[in-house]
Each structure stands twice: as structure tokens, then as C-alpha cells.
Design a binder for this molecule. Structure first.
Ligand code: TYM
Length: 334
């Protein structure tokens, strides 16, 4: 059976981008057709300035949102990255296969480092893609369902798997990224040239999964559209409009270009987009409220998930340790 792995980083409240670009497909498709693991990748949240209490809070919230969105622990494994030591264990070994030049070429590193304007960034921000490769390779993953922004990171995981296998013998499955047909890159409603990212603090352009319906409506109605009157789908020339059409297609079905033909004003389109988003998020918010009242359930899911994940990752990570030349621990019984 195909092995699927993906994750979400608790650096902020989850957004419509996370939901449409990744989570919804995990729920609707991946957990039903594959042997899938979904992870709250909390170690990754420590790569930028962070408040420990907030990371803990956001990790719990992300886990319950994954369940609220419809991940079913009877069908897939849901867990928290730091509960499974194999990720960090494998990451070090992969650092011995990756090069610093490769890390410095990563777009997300360059963007985040540039924002610091010459100030220093955490070393873990540079090595982050190696940890992500470890997340993926530890499980013999075939497919990694992600939004477009993660493509380069998954490519690196592929490169490291191939290089390791060539140097030290076949150990890792070579994974590939998969993307949704629409909404693989949901853009910020106020800055349609930038991705809708949970850690960028520009509230009005970001729809959060837990936003109240009226907040969603306000944000959508105020979305920046482009000059011009006609409703057409053109990502290059009319990025604001294209973003709204893609969100509508993702939430309500249809093709963005065809949907465009059904509207003769921006106002009518925005109204429908707002309602489609509100309806898509409604059941998730409702189930999240129920789960908040039952923290014991979420904890139980994460405990079982970590146990299952550990058992799956251990043999591959042990094999990588042997292959690269590390001495097996002496068996206590001998
Ligand atoms: P993160 O937490 O930024 O995002 C989680 C998932 O949501 C997708 N996504 C989007 N899709 C469409 N439009 C957007 N605006 C948008 N914003 C986010 C992301 O592509 C991702 O699929 N490095 C990863 C987390 C990670 C991971 C992994 C993923 C760590 N280890 C192993 C897969 C496999 C990240 O920061 O995702």
C-alpha cells in the first residue's frame, strides 16, 4: 500500500491555505487510499523566534484541528513529531549526506533570512529541510501531499534519499510531492503576490480556519482585486481575482476559468466566495469546539499515534545507522 506522510508546523493558527492546500486532501483522499501518517511538526516551530507556551498551545490546537477536519485515527496515524525520537536521530545522519550549499539555496531559508536584514538566524532554520527530509524518509514514504511552497523541500528529500542509497546501499524509498488540482498556492487576500502564510502577521489578508463566519466574510469582501471590470481567470495578470476563483473552485467545486464566466461583477463573486469558505470551514469549527471540550480524547489519539509511528520509523532509521557505518549497540543480554 502507498505510504503517505505529511505535516503541519505549529508556528501560527492554521489558515485556509493550510486547509485547502493540504489538510482537506489528507482527509478526503489520502487517509482512505493509503497507509498515511500526519504529524504536527513541532520541532520545526523552534527554528524561528518562539514563545514556548505558545508553541505548546498551537501544537495542541493543530492536533485537534487535524482531527476536527476529519482525520480518523482508525484510518491513519496522527502524532506529534517530538514524541518520536527517530526524526531527530535520522536528521543528524542526513546532515552528513547534505551539503551547506544545498541548504543555502532553499527559497524559504533565503526569504526568512533576508527578513532578518543581516541579523542572525537560528542554525536550525538552515538545517530545517534536512529535518523535514528525515520526517519523510523515516517512514518509507512514497507520497508527500503538500502545497506548492513545499515542493523544493520534498525535492531535497528525494535528492538525499538517492544520494544515501548510492553511497551506502539501498535504505530509503524515494518520495514524491503531490499537490491539489486547485488551491495548491492560496494567496494573501491583501497581497495576492504573496502566499497566505500563517506566520506572516498580516491579519486582514489571512483567513484562519477558526475565524468566525462574519470575520471570514469581512476579509473576503475586502480582498484586493485588480483594476479592470471583467471577471476572468488569469493568474499572471489578475492574481487577486484568480486567487478568489481558485478558492471558490476548491470550496464549492468547478473550474476557476469556468466559474469566472458565471460572474459579471466582483461584488457577486466575493459574496459567493465568502459563503463557500464559511460553509467549508463550518463543520471543522464545530467539531473543533467539541474536541476542545474533550482534551483526553485528543491526548489519547496522540499517544497511540506516537507509538505506532515509532514502531514504523525505528527499523528504517536503525538500518540507516548501520548502513552509514555506526556500530550497533551491544545487546544487553550478551
Ligand atoms: P506549513 O506548516 O507551512 O504548511 C502545512 C501545509 O499547508 C500547505 N500550505 C499551503 N497550501 C496552499 N496555499 C497556502 N497558502 C499554503 N500555506 C501552507 C503547505 O504546503 C503544507 O503542505 N515544512 C512544512 C511542514 C513539514 C512537512 C514535513 C510537510 C515538516 N516536515 C514533512 C510534509 C512532510 C511546513 O512548514 O508546512
Amino acid at each position: 500500500m502507498t505510504r503517505v506522510f505529511s505535516g503541519v508546523k505549529p508556528t501560527g493558527h492554521l489558515t485556509l491555505g493550510n486547509y485547502l492546500g493540504a489538510m482537506r486532501r489528507w482527509v478526503v483522499e489520502d487517509q482512505h487510499r493509503s497507509d498515511a501518517l500526519f504529524c504536527v511538526v513541532d520541532l520545526h516551530a523552534l527554528t524561528v523566534d518562539h514563545d514556548p507556551a505558545r508553541v505548546r498551545r498551537l501544537s495542541r490546537q493543530a492536533a485537534s484541528l487535524l482531527l476536527a477536519a476529519g482525520l480518523d485515527p482508525a484510518l491513519c496515524t496522527v502524532f506529534v513529531q517530538s514524541h518520536v525520537d527517530e526524526h531527530a536521530r535520522l536528521s543528524y545522519v542526513l546532515e552528513c549526506v547534505a551539503t551547506d550549499g544545498e541548504m543555502r539555496r532553499m527559497i524559504q531559508y533565503k526569504e526568512k533570512a533576508a527578513r532578518e536584514r543581516g541579523g542572525s538566524v537560528r542554525l536550525s532554520l538552515l538545517t530545517y529541510p534536512v529535518l523535514m527530509a528525515a520526517d519523510i524518509l523515516a517512514y518509507g514514504t512514497d507520497e508527500v501531499p503538500v502545497g506548492h511552497d513545499q515542493t523544493q523541500h520534498v525535492e531535497l528529500a528525494r535528492d538525499l534519499a538517492v544520494r544515501f542509497n548510492q553511497r551506502y546501499g539501498h535504505t530509503f524509498v524515494v518520495p514524491r510531492a503531490t499537490h491539489p488540482v486547485v488551491a495548491a498556492r492560496v494567496m494573501n487576500l491583501q497581497e495576492p503576490e504573496s502566499k497566505m502564510g500563517k506566520s506572516d502577521d498580516t491579519g486582514p489578508g489571512i483567513v484562519y480556519v477558526l475565524d468566525e463566519p462574519d470575520v471570514v466574510r469581512k476579509k473576503v469582501v475586502r480582498a484586493v482585486t485588480d483594476s479592470g471590470r471583467e471577471v476572468v481567470y488569469d493568474r499572471e495578470v489578475r492574481p487577486g481575482l484568480a486567487n478568489l476563483l481558485e478558492i471558490l473552485a476548491a470550496c464549492a467545486g468547478g473550474e476557476p476559468a469556468e466559474l469566472a464566466g458565471a460572474y459579471d461583477s466582483y461584488g457577486a463573486l466575493k459574496k459567493d466566495v465568502a459563503e463557500a469558505v464559511v460553509e467549508a470551514l463550518r463543520p471543522v469549527r464545530k467539531r473543533h469546539r467539541e474536541l476542545c471540550a474533550d482534551p483526553g480524547y485528543v491526548e489519547g489519539v496522540l499517544r497511540d499515534g506516537a507509538e505506532r509511528a515509532r514502531a514504523m520509523a525505528r527499523p528504517t532509521v536503525d538500518a540507516a545507522y548501520r548502513a552509514i557505518g555506526l556500530l550497533p549497540p551491544v545487546n544487553a543480554a550478551r
